[in-house]
Design a protein around this ligand. Structure first.
Ligand SMILES: [Zn+2]
Length: 225
């Protein structure tokens, strides 16, 4: 046997290592657990994003929920679309040690050190967030494109602005309300998405023309690939 190292073998070795690292970074799985209304707890096991949460349980006749706030203290970012209480409850948020991205109408009343500044492209932890200003009733409202471990997620919020569905990348998951889904489908404006996840629905809701859509039950966990 010779002791001479084969440089080709070495190069191959480095190539395999780097390939493996890239592969694990982009294939790291993300799980989304449905809380209620438009609230999901989304995590990669280390970092957690909550959408339109904490909200006021059962308000306006929408979904009640159970959530273990005591077990959710580390690395949590709340991403809020608008100020309505079925999407955000300021007092409940104040009790948490979480960060927040949301419209000024939501954040102006909160502790400044919890607020991540709203810009066109925000990087926080492992996540890139691209807010898009949209309309909903008389509120300041944002929809969000989120990129996380190579996956693209889009959250419509309560808007019905078809414009916001234009120029999106191919999505790993589209989170959309039943009524906006219907409108987008009728106008042939649905973006390409591996998973369409309906939110802000009723328990046991039936969404017409939504074959293959995921209509989650509360606490259901959806794997985003
Ligand atoms: Zn709502």
């Amino acid at each position: 046997m010779t002791k001479r190292k084969n440089p080709l073998f070495f190069i191959l070795f480095i190539f395999l290592i780097s390939f493996f690292q890239i592969d694990t970074a982009s294939s790291k799985s993300i799980e989304a657990q449905f809380i209620g209304n438009e609230a999901f707890r989304i995590t990669d096991g280390n970092f957690t994003l909550v959408t339109d949460f904490p909200y006021e349980s059962g308000v306006y006749g929408y979904m009640e929920y159970n959530f273990n706030f005591a077990g959710a203290t580390q690395n949590i970012l709340a991403l809020i679309t608008h100020r309505h209480l079925d999407h955000f409850a300021p007092l409940l948020f104040t009790e948490q040690n979480w960060k927040i991205i949301g419209p000024k109408e939501v954040t102006q009343q909160l502790e400044q050190n919890k607020i991540i500044k709203m810009t066109k492209a925000i990087t926080y932890g492992p996540i890139n967030i691209f807010p898009r200003e949209t309309t909903h009733a008389n509120t300041e409202h944002y929809s969000y494109l989120v990129k996380w471990h190579g996956k693209s997620l889009f959250f419509t919020g309560d808007t019905e602005d078809l414009e916001v569905l234009k120029e999106l990348p191919v999505l790993n998951a589209l989170f959309i309300t039943p009524w906006f889904y219907r409108k987008a489908k009728m106008n042939d404006m649905l973006p390409e998405a591996k998973k369409i996840i309906i939110y802000h629905h009723q328990d046991n809701d039936i969404v017409p023309d939504c074959k293959g859509c995921i209509i989650p039950l509360q606490d259901e966990i959806i794997s985003i690939q």
